[in-house]
Design a protein around this ligand. Structure first.
Ligand SMILES: N[C@@H](CCC[C@H](N)C(=O)O)C(=O)O
Length: 281
């Protein structure tokens, strides 16, 4: 279903890359087809990306009650739905600004994990209010990769995360296999797994294996989960601010005293084109 040809753009935030599909009225793509998402994200046969961000006017979508000004319909590269995407929302906000869709009021972006407010900073970074973390438990979860086991902290940022502190970021290995976790019931819908080393009192480095994608160069919700876990690990409490280094760059996460997290980082749009459905296999 959908139009024979449609416009696309590509952008990234700390090299977590996304294909944007402008669909203001929500009818170009109908209910976005998993096969189309997989094909677009394929790095060999398609355009290549970690996920797809469909841009729909908030009032014209029917996925959530409050779609904000603009709704971000996020899909992982395997076609699955992710409730929220912290790098994606900045790239989405960059697209809105460049397309002239932003007024003088802060933009409210609707997601399946609630509405998030966006601030455009003078230094060209973008800040998203990521809302409050849920911390279902800090004990009992173990992640396994490359023959090693690590205890992990469960932090939910609208989507699920398991954060494991490691001695060396090389330890989890090259992720030839997806890391596993126990108990299975902790994450019935799968999980994003972050491996973290502490670099200083307020600085950490991480690698991530994303649910529905594989290892990526960055994960914004993951950086927030990591900042929460690092704060707790250090015996600190909000307000804290962490620099979180990822393979694709660095972001700043603040855990404010009102319990909201803010995520600040870069976001760029770097390619655009027109896609023809006749190219689909
Ligand atoms: N890359 C994202 C997270 C995308 C969703 C995730 N893979 C999931 O399934 O929860 C980010 O920047 O937060």
């Amino acid at each position: 279903m959908g139009a024979d040809t449609f416009p696309w753009l590509k952008g990234h935030g700390t090299e977590n890359d996304f294909i944007l599909l402008p669909d203001p009225d929500g009818f170009v793509h109908g209910d976005l087809d998993d096969d189309l998402v997989r094909f677009l994200c394929d790095r060999h046969a398609g355009i290549g990306a970690d996920g797809v961000l469909r841009v729909i006017e908030g009032a014209k979508q029917s996925y959530v009650e409050d779609g904000g000004d603009w709704f971000m319909d996020y899909r992982n590269a395997d076609g699955s739905i992710g409730e929220m995407c912290g790098n994606g929302i900045r790239v989405f906000a960059r697209y809105l600004a460049e397309a002239g869709l932003v007024g003088s009021k802060p933009v409210r972006v609707g997601t399946r994990a609630g509405v998030k407010e966006i601030v455009y900073n003078d230094d060209q970074t973008i800040t998203a209010d990521m809302g409050e973390p849920l911390i279902p438990g800090t004990e009992g979860i173990v992640v396994t990769a490359n023959g090693h086991d690590w205890p992990a902290v469960h932090v939910d940022m609208g989507n699920p995360h398991a954060v494991a502190f490691v001695d060396d970021l090389a330890d989890p290995g090259p992720f030839a296999e997806a890391p596993r976790w126990t108990p299975a019931e902790a994450y019935p819908n799968g999980v994003n797994i972050e491996f973290v080393t502490r670099q200083g009192p307020n600085e950490v480095s991480m690698r991530v294996h994303e649910r529905g994608v594989g290892e990526t160069r960055s994960c914004g919700t993951g950086t927030c989960a990591v900042a929460v876990a690092a704060t707790l690990q250090a015996g600190q409490s909000a307000p804290t601010t962490y620099r979180v280094n990822v393979p694709g760059g660095a972001v700043t996460v603040s855990w404010r005293s009102d319990n909201h997290l803010t995520l600040t980082g870069p976001a760029v749009i770097h390619a655009r084109g027109t896609f023809s459905r006749t190219w689909l296999p």
